[in-house]
Design a protein around this ligand. Structure first.
Ligand SMILES: *Cc1c(COP(=O)(O)O)cnc(C)c1O
Length: 397
């Protein structure tokens, strides 16, 4: 059993090789003529955008996508200059930032196209525009094919603009039982692409598929797929990533900072929501809701210690949580790694399992990881865990 005092209270180990392999699998599924766009918004779904983006590009992704101009700027600041699509709505300031770092932007309204043209002209750049059709997501985009076509035609007439793409987004790609909704969206988008190609030629990139759609239906692949969740080895269908042929990328690790003996009836944590029903040992792990471990996992969640599942007991605090290690010492040591998401020995706690406990989805579990959790490549883990360090016990009483 590895023993040591970890260099930090909470670390998200990112298996960049696994992320690259997930990208390669997706690229293989798409085939050689289609592009993979790796979605690294929200700090790479909590995994760290820079680690994620570099690994994705190494794995064959050709484009990156983010939600905001600030995220595009952060990519450029990190020295990542791959083709980047900003998928979200943009304020005036954000639009200028996006264009200044030569990101592609999304448009769906004539007035906004004009503004993009003006800002691009002022900056002396050519803005690459993607026309967004709302085929049923009910979010960003125009619902009107005529407006989409008019936007595309306006883009084509402005010297400071370039028609780079046409896109849509599916509402139910991950729900196979959707009464034909996915198919209807696909049909609408297919029709729009045909209209645009007829009017403007075929020199733009049509893209619609997210991760789930890539697995669900090759007809959704068009020229490029925008994949987020699957590149991180999380299951777009919320069940089992391994069964989908994906490798989870994240291991969220903390360590045993303290072990104490509790007598029957003694409690741990705020509000005394858990009391020992028998004499037992409780381990304190210095990670909490301030790190993104949701408080709703109090008295419900699990961790791995020494390859064994241990229940989270008591109320999760901002910076710490407690686990019941059972009455008999099993060789646990202070400083020993504790895994909250990921594998240890033969055991594994998946983001999907945590999501089910919380009534949410793996996306939210990963994205919830707070800024103060260090993101490091898994390849550095051995170097960060000095052997033999810190084996003193902290007993109470
Ligand atoms: C986040 C996002 C994606 C990626 O979706 P996944 O389900 O994570 O693959 C694709 N397209 C748009 C517009 C998005 O906002």
């Amino acid at each position: 059993m590895p023993v040591g005092a970890p260099a930090a209270r909470a670390t998200a180990w990112v298996d960049t090789d696994a992320l690259a392999r997930n990208c390669r699998r997706l690229a293989d599924r798409l085939g050689p003529r289609r592009l993979l766009c790796a979605v690294v918004k929200a700090n790479g779904y909590g995994h760290g955008f820079e680690l994620a983006a570099r690994a994705a590009l190494a794995g064959g992704a050709r484009w990156l996508a983010v939600a905001s101009a600030d995220e595009a700027l952060a990519l450029r600041d990190a020295g990542l200059d791959a083709r980047t699509l900003v998928m979200g709505a943009l304020s005036e300031r954000e639009l200028a930032d996006a264009l200044r770092c030569s990101a592609d932007v999304v448009v769906w309204e004539l007035g906004f196209v004009e503004r993009v043209a003006q800002v691009a002209q002022r900056l002396g750049v050519v803005a690459r525009c993607h026309i967004k059709l709302d085929t049923g997501m009910g979010r960003l985009g125009t619902r009107s094919e005529r407006t989409a076509l008019a936007c595309a035609e306006l883009v084509a007439t402005r010297p400071s603009l370039e028609l780079a793409g046409a896109m849509t987004h599916f509402a139910t790609a991950d729900e196979l039982d959707d009464d034909g909704y996915f198919d209807a969206q696909l049909e609408r988008f297919t029709r729009l692409v045909a209209i645009l190609r007829e009017a403007l030629g075929s020199r733009f990139v049509a893209h619609a598929a997210n991760s789930a759609a890539v697995f669900r239906d090759p007809r959704s692949h068009f020229d490029m797929a925008r994949c987020g969740i699957a590149i991180y080895g999380l299951d777009p269908f919320h069940e089992d990533a391994h069964a989908r042929g994906l490798e989870p990328v994240l291991t969220l690790e903390s360590y045993l900072a303290c072990v104490k003996q509790l007598d029957r009836g003694e409690s741990v944590g705020y509000g005394r929501t858990w009391r020992a029903e028998r004499p037992t040992r409780v381990g304190i792990v210095p990670i909490g809701y301030g790190d993104g471990i949701r408080r709703a996992l109090s008295n419900r969640g699990w961790v791995l210690v020494g390859g064994r599942r241990r229940p989270i007991v008591g109320t999760i605090s901002m910076d710490n949580l407690a686990v019941d290690l059972g009455p008999r010492p099993e060789g646990e040591r202070i400083g020993e790694p504790v895994v909250l998401i990921g594998g240890q020995g033969e055991e594994r706690i998946s983001a999907e399992e945590v999501a089910r406990l919380l009534g949410t989805i793996n996306y939210e579990v990963a994205t919830a990881l707070a800024a103060r959790v260090r993101r490091l490549p898994l390849s550095r883990r051995a170097a960060e865990l000095p052997p033999g360090a810190g084996s003193a016990r902290c007993e109470h009483g």
